[in-house]
Design a protein around this ligand. Structure first.
Ligand code: ZN
Length: 271
């Protein structure tokens, strides 16, 4: 094969992460571009920001595969006055197609929640919230290789995910053996994690009142941030595509966008 098309790459992605797994409210699949365009270079990123598209244009990307939908709520206009309009304009100008895998990659076997469980070294990880269809669902639950305190685990989580700080709710010395994880915003799954005997739920976007509710139970929480629990998406999808390219001798260059950061930064008093 001399040149791949966008269709070749997205149909491969769809074999592992079918669009049919996505929630009804979600918006996945090809959002900008055309499946007929050639695809020599693909770039993965968590969120398709204008900066990500500028970078993609600079390095000659043909296809971006991102986790968060660029187009989610219906647009009334596409103009240079709005960041989304500029981003779509740049994608079209540079003939870069955009393909989104969101809740389908969250739920899929071998998807984002499995990557998160692996990164956090969970053993015997199973699905936290099983769906009607077997083998798919949000979150994972498993055990740690060795028992440790909540605060030690919180430190390990920060290290494993490469983030500056995590927040936790619960007694810092609480022994943790069984842990549940959910990428992105998964704190609503805490009653399920508790029922399944987890000692902690590791997720992002934890609200104050959720933390209050959880500290009154035997469960603890670690909030590693929405970005913190999902940033592995880019590198893991890049590896997935690199393996595909190797296996099928595809002439495909794969780039994981490295410039992405958490839009929420932290400062420490007195530092
Ligand atoms: Zn997300």
């Amino acid at each position: 094969m001399l040149v791949l098309s966008v269709a070749d790459v997205v149909s491969y992605v769809e074999q592992s992460f079918p669009q049919s797994l996505a929630e009804e409210w979600d918006n996945v699949g090809l959002q900008v571009g055309s499946t007929c365009l050639p695809c020599r270079t693909v770039m993965t990123c968590l969120t398709t920001t204008e900066a990500a598209v500028d970078y993609a244009a600079e390095v000659g990307v043909d296809l971006i595969i991102s986790h968060h939908p660029l187009i989610f709520t219906p647009l009334k206009a596409i103009t240079a006055q709005q960041p989304i309009g500029r981003t779509i304009g740049k994608l079209l100008t540079h003939q870069i197609s955009l393909y989104v895998v969101h809740t389908n990659v969250d739920k899929a076997k071998g998807g984002l929640n499995d990557w998160l469980a692996e990164t956090l070294h969970l053993l015997d990880a199973e699905i936290l919230e099983t769906q009607e269809e077997e083998g798919i669902g949000y979150g994972r639950i498993g055990r740690l290789a060795s028992k440790m305190t909540l605060v030690s685990l919180a430190k390990n989580v920060a290290k494993a995910l490469g983030i500056e700080a995590v927040r936790y709710a619960g007694d810092q010395g609480k022994p943790i053996e069984k842990a549940a994880v959910c990428s992105g915003s998964g704190s609503h799954l805490w009653p399920l994690a508790l029922d399944l005997g987890a000692d902690v739920l590791i997720t992002g976007d934890v609200k104050y009142h959720t933390a209050i509710d959880v500290v009154n139970t035997s469960l603890a929480l670690i909030d590693a941030g929405h970005y913190g629990t999902e940033a592995i998406f880019s590198s893991r999808v890049a590896v997935f595509l690199e393996n595909a390219a190797k296996k099928q001798a595809w002439p495909l260059r794969v780039i994981a966008y490295q410039e992405e950061t958490d839009p929420l930064a932290a400062v420490w008093k007195g530092v």
